[in-house]
Design a protein. Structure first.
Length: 145
């Protein structure tokens, strides 16, 4: 009986100390229309961000049906760690960023808690954030060229 109680006590200690996924609330602003989806690409470091699609840790797709006055709120969970989000306003729903003849984005884009005004990709440190033991609130202002 003592062995069983010991095993149960260890089990409960281990499961209560395990990191739990945290809720991420992401407010997306400056949206131009309610067509298509918001694609959220999740990266864990600058190296994976440089590789773009091959380096994406995970991605999520949200319909823009809840958009009001150019804003919408999306919610998802992440395990504790460091992440950075890139967003695409995928108006045509092809799950990809479309570019024009000159290589400029034809659709809106954004980064977690960072408004990028430059023409080259920002460094991961500019838009990264930490997930620990509480919910995270982020904002992204979409940019259109």
């Amino acid at each position: 009986m003592k062995n069983l109680l010991y095993v149960l006590a260890v089990f409960f200690l281990m499961t209560s100390a395990a990191p739990k996924p945290q809720t991420i609330y992401l407010e997306v602003t400056n949206l131009k229309n309610n067509k298509g989806y918001i694609l959220v690409c999740i990266f864990e470091d600058n190296e994976t961000f440089k590789k773009e699609e091959e380096g994406t840790f995970e991605w999520k797709k949200f319909p823009k049906t809840s958009m009001k006055n150019g804003k919408m709120l999306v919610k998802f969970t992440l395990e504790p760690g460091t992440y950075g989000l890139t967003l695409v306003d995928d108006v045509n729903g092809n799950n990809d960023m479309d570019y024009n003849f000159f290589g400029l984005p034809k659709e809106g884009f954004g980064f977690s808690n960072y408004y990028h005004s430059g023409m080259t990709k920002p460094h991961f440190d500019k838009f990264s954030f930490k997930v620990a033991n509480q919910e995270v609130r982020l904002q992204t202002k979409m940019r259109y060229l």
